[in-house]
Structure formats: C-alpha cells, structure tokens
Design a protein around this ligand. Structure first.
Ligand code: ASN
Ligand code: ZN
Length: 332
C-alpha cells in the first residue's frame, strides 16, 4: 500500500510540527508529495553521496534532541516545507525553479561541520551538524537562506563575488527573514536576525543583524566605493539594512520580543511600508530586473522599477524605496 501521510516531526528548533511523508508498505519515508516530492536524506556523517532516505516503521520523526538522527531530518523537512509554502503562497512560485519540482535535503554532513550549503548540481541542500555535532544548521532561517540561493540561481543569478555577490547573499537573508515571519512558528518567531537558533558563536548571538548589520563586527551598514572587495556575507549588509528599513523604518522598534535600532547614513528618517510589500518589491526585482552583473546602483534602479510597477511611481511605496536606499548611502 502506498499513501500520502502527514507525519509528526519533533524538531530541535521549532517544536512539534507536521511533515510530509509517504507510506510504502509497512514503512514511512520523508517524502513531501504535496511539495514536489521534496525528499530528506541522512548522510550519517558522510561527505559525499545522496545518503539514505529517512524511513522507518512509524510516522514520527525525531525526538527534539540532536542525538536522535531523525531530529535534524525533521527540522530540514520542515524548513523545506515552509520555504516551499512561502514562495507558493506569497509569490505564486511553485518550487525553487518555479517548475513544481521539489529539491532534496541532506542532513548530518561530515562531523562538527558548521555550515550549510545549496548546490544547483544536485538541486539539493546540505546541512552540517554544527559544533559537537549537537547544533545542526537546520533552523528555519538557514534552510530558507540556502534554498533561496537556488531561487536566485534560477532568476537574477547575481554572480557570487563583488557587489553582485553581496546582493545574492542579501537575497538569501531577506527571504530567510520573510519565510521565518510567514511560518509564524511559536518556538522560532520571525525576526530580522539570521541564524539566531543555531548558536554558531556559542554565546547565543545570531550570525547577522539586518537592522544594523555592523553589530556582527564585520558587515557594513551602508555602501562605500570599496564594498565589492569584502566577503559577500558582509557586503550583503547594505541590502539587508535596506530591506529592514523599507519594511520597518529607521530607529527603534520591538517585534516579537526582539529590540531593533536601525541607523540611517544620511540622518534622515525612513518610514517603513511593511514586510509584505518590501518582499514583493524585492522578489519582483530579483525575478525581472536583476542579472548576473547587478551592483548596488542597479539594485536601486531595479527595486524602484519594481515598486513603480507594483504601486506606481508617485506612490508612498516608491518614495520609501528611494529613501531606504538613500539611508544606506545608495543614491542616484
Ligand atoms: N552557508 C553559506 C551561504 O549560504 C555557504 C556559502 O558560503 N555559500 O552563504
Ligand atoms: Zn548564503
């Protein structure tokens, strides 16, 4: 007998959730048939190969602890599900390439591997287990960040170096935040922080801050002429900061219990238009304006054009886009 099921995922970062599964004979496996048959595999500490499709006699996945190898599978499957649902429900995009085909996830890559990555070649994403193999990089925002690299590859495809690389990275952080807010998960509420659950720094601090990127000690809050020479995970700060400000405005704000304080480089306040509109503008720019060579000045033009098409060139939204770029020192 074969059937579509809804399994129970006992995740490490997001509590108990529902994950897509398929029953095959007397066993179940982590195949999400409602979302392009996205499959979740166990690499069991290997660093190559596809791994083994998670399967077992019951439809319960993990126990909330990293020591249970199914737990990271549950988190990864949940992150893939939320990312699929976000692009489908908010942007009308069916899957990473927009062709209805699900990707796959591989968890337990190597040992103590503190990273996660997307590869176009396998149309798959891979997660390390983090320090001590106890903090897998399978939080919602990291999953959405990595899968968004797949969306970017299939659309604007901004080259992963220089300013275009920063825009590529920022696109992943932007939609990571959007997916996390959209998920509305009680254990992992939406925020403008990246990687706050996986504790990479060991002190509970996130990897990146979108309201004030320089809080990580390396990212930039505003554009300057040499920004194309720094790591793409730091030059992304300018666009992350733009997105935060376009969404929420400058200055102090508390959202879901997190305090933000976003500075402007021109000293002029920015009024936000809300995350939903900011995300629609970025998505339209990504999918219809950005190219491999897009730099910050082009991203400004592309997002202005997108805002003009969505809301009109005399709209408050259009003006907010211009003001938010000015606030991160990207001018006309
Ligand atoms: N996790 C990293 C990222 O998605 C991997 C990389 O450096 N590309 O940015
Ligand atoms: Zn990235």
């Amino acid at each position: 007998w074969q059937g579509i099921e809804n399994g129970t995922g006992n995740t490490q970062y997001s509590g108990q959730v529902t994950v897509g599964s398929v029953q095959s004979g007397s066993s179940y496996n982590l195949t999400d048939s409602g979302r392009g048959n996205h499959k979740t595999y166990n690499l069991n500490h290997a660093t190559s190969g596809t791994g083994t499709l998670f399967s077992g006699p019951d439809d319960i996945w993990g126990n909330g602890q990293a020591s249970n190898l199914e737990t990271a599978g549950a988190d990864a499957a949940y992150g893939a599900q939320l990312t699929w649902d976000y692009y489908k429900n908010v942007h009308g995009r069916s899957g990473i390439r927009g062709d209805g085909v699900g990707a796959s996830s591989r968890v337990h890559y190597g040992n103590n591997y503190v990273n996660a990555f997307w590869q176009d070649s396998c149309f798959c994403m891979t997660y390390g287990d983090g320090s001590g193999n106890s903090k897998p990089l399978t939080s919602i925002d990291v999953a959405a960040h990595e899968m968004t690299h797949g969306v970017t590859s299939a659309t604007g495809n901004m080259t992963y170096s220089g300013e275009s690389g920063g825009l590529n990275e920022a696109t992943s952080d932007i939609f990571a935040a959007a997916v996390e807010f959209n998920a509305n998960n009680a254990q992992d509420k939406g925020d403008y922080l990246v990687g706050e659950k996986i504790d990479i720094n060991g002190d509970g601090s996130p990897l990146r801050y979108m309201d004030k990127p320089s809080k990580d000690g390396a990212s930039k809050d505003a554009w300057y002429s040499g920004i194309g020479n720094i790591d793409v995970h730091y030059s992304s700060g300018v666009a992350n900061h733009f997105y935060y400000m376009l969404s929420e405005g400058s200055g102090k704000k508390e959202i879901n219990g997190v305090q933000y304080d976003s500075p402007t480089s021109d000293g002029l306040p920015v009024t936000g238009i809300g995350r939903d509109k900011a995300s629609l503008i970025w998505f339209k720019a990504l999918t219809t304006k950005f190219t491999t060579t897009t730099k910050y000045a082009d991203a400004r033009n592309g997002t202005l054009a997108a805002a003009g098409e969505l809301y009109g060139t005399t709209s408050a939204e259009y003006k907010a886009v211009a003001n938010a770029w000015a606030a991160v020192n990207v001018g006309s």
